[in-house]
Design a protein around this ligand. Structure first.
Ligand code: AMP
Length: 225
């Protein structure tokens, strides 16, 4: 009998600057699965200045992680939305073992198969990528001043908005974010392996983003999520 729940989950895992957001956008186009970025969702609350935005502002600006309870609740609600019917791509979640445990329970309860893509990127590449990163706050497009520059410097190709440097991409905050990754997020990989998730290792710094996206698609097909 066909599985009554055809939803699938792709977890993009890797440090800040490893290309999770860029890859999620490509895969959203090619697979038609919803792109769920907890960072984007939190930034939307910051921009709206709502109660949650005010609550998380200081933590986010410092480069530390927002509470597990807050992000778990957000993700739990988000995956119920209709655009997740076919599948969803998690970008920046889970980031702690406790988040991974909750996700694991959610997936098991709803019998949603998942694959973890671990994007491996050299530390020096991460630092230079973050330094060159620009984002359009209107449409979310991502640019790199070195490898994917907009046609007009600092202006979005799609809607002409002025591009921004994310507050937390400033050097003093990046150090804190990388520390949070090492201490709180890296252990999630061991958890995934021990909990029986399929973990695919993908080199994320030796080819164009398009080529890396194809590598990911191929490995998903091979493990037939
Ligand atoms: P990102 O855009 O994924 O790099 O996330 C930007 C910031 O949002 C992080 O530095 C955290 O402050 C917060 N954040 C995003 N996702 C999570 C998460 N899963 N758990 C806790 N904090 C998060």
């Amino acid at each position: 009998m066909a599985d009554p729940n055809p939803r699938q989950c792709l977890i993009l895992f890797g440090p800040p600057g490893s290309g999770k957001g860029t890859q999620a956008k490509f895969l959203n186009q090619s697979l038609g699965w919803a792109h769920i970025s907890t960072g984007d969702m939190l930034r939307a609350h910051l921009a709206a200045g709502d109660a949650l935005g005010q609550e998380i502002a200081a933590v986010m600006q410092s480069g530390a992680l927002v509470s597990d309870q807050t992000v778990n609740r957000m993700v739990e609600e988000r995956i119920k939305e209709p655009d997740c019917e076919k599948g969803f791509i998690l970008d920046g979640y889970p980031r702690t073992v406790s988040q991974a445990k909750l996700l694991s329970e959610l997936l098991a309860a709803q019998r949603i198969p998942a694959v973890v893509i671990h994007l491996k990127v050299d530390y020096n590449v991460i630092i230079s990528r973050i330094a060159g990163r620009r984002q359009c706050l209107t449409c979310g497009a991502l640019y790199s001043v070195t490898s994917n520059a907009p046609t007009i410097s600092e202006v979005c190709d799609y809607d002409g908005s002025k591009l921004i440097v994310r507050e937390d991409d400033r050097p003093e905050v990046v150090e804190r974010r990388l520390k949070a990754y090492e201490e709180q997020t890296e252990p999630v990989l061991a958890y995934f392996k021990q909990a029986g998730f399929t973990v695919e290792e993908i080199q994320g710094d030796d080819a164009s983003p398009q080529v890396i996206a194809r590598r990911i698609e191929k490995s998903i097909q091979e493990v037939s999520v």
